[in-house]
Design a protein around this ligand. Structure first.
Ligand code: MF3
Ligand code: CO
Ligand code: CO
Length: 263
């Protein structure tokens, strides 16, 4: 896959850092609210207002017709869940995916939350998904290829018996939401020659399924992607800037799970 990923200069990298810094702050703001009893629509209102109050723009609102200011993906929902009337209940797992436009630059990240007491398999799935993201971050160097990311995630997940989603991938970002390079989370030989040169900015956002890797998009709303077998799915996402010194994780939060966190 020949990639046309932009290489960002010093000033542009500062803009990217600022956007991700606010996005991480937004995640820190919303985290304490992700509890049993809250409706996903209420999460949307909180995220929307916090973003506007700080003078920024929720990137998903109106993006390709998406109707809300974040994605909330519960249990068997793989990604792109639309906030609505559904209440979080004990035992759920829910991915909260927030994206902001700050002075024209994008930041994008997500975390999966355990609501109250969850099943052993749900906890294990969330742990493996989180650790697979860090397994990929940990192998990154300025010499890495896009392919290496999917290789690292797949090799980490395979022995657990869980599966890596193929229908959605990470992406470059900067002054647009989804741009080159595409970042598959499984080993895709087409990406063996795509370099992640210093100055490239991209997301890694593995979606890991309890059962089969297949997904299907809701035919009514056109967005909600579910596992084809209706078993659980989890996801974590960070925005990463490759520098001459190695990867910089731009969306690390102050209060959120750090590398090595145990759920
Ligand atoms: N934040 C998602 C991502 O990680 C994209 C959501 S696009 C939407 O790429 F339209 F579904 F909101
Ligand atoms: Co993303
Ligand atoms: Co996202």
């Amino acid at each position: 896959m020949r990639s046309r990923a932009p290489i960002y200069n010093r000033e542009e990298r500062e803009k990217l850092r600022e956007a991700s810094r606010f996005n991480a702050q937004l995640m820190d703001f919303i985290r304490p609210h992700i509890k049993a009893g809250i409706k996903t629509e209420e999460i949307n209102t909180l995220v929307h207002n916090y973003t506007l109050d700080h003078g920024h723009v929720p990137a998903t609102l109106g993006y390709g017709g998406f109707p809300k200011s974040l994605c909330t993906s519960i249990n068997e929902v793989v990604c792109h869940g639309i906030p609505g009337d559904q209440e979080l209940v004990d035992g759920d797992i829910v991915n909260i995916d927030v994206t902001t436009i700050v002075n024209g630059w994008y930041g994008d990240q997500s975390e999966t939350f355990l609501i109250g007491n969850v099943s052993d398999v749900a906890r294990e799935l969330v742990q493996v998904t989180f650790d697979s993201l860090w397994a990929a971050i940990d192998i990154l160097t300025p010499e890495s290829k896009v392919y290496d990311i999917g290789r690292a995630i797949y090799d980490y997940v395979k022995p657990t018996g869980f599966s890596v989603v193929r229908d959605f991938q990470g992406h470059g970002l900067g002054r647009s939401f989804h741009q080159d390079p595409g970042i598959p989370h499984f080993p895709d030989a087409r990406y063996k020659r795509d370099a992640l040169r210093p100055g490239t900015c991209f997301t890694i956002e593995p979606m890991i399924n309890e059962g089969h890797h297949g997904t299907e998009v809701d035919r009514t709303d056109g967005w909600t992607a579910r596992t084809s077998d209706r078993k659980l799915s989890a996801q974590f996402e960070h925005t990463i800037l490759m520098t001459e010194e190695g990867p910089e994780v731009l969306t690390l939060t102050k209060d959120g799970p750090q590398r090595g966190h145990k759920f």
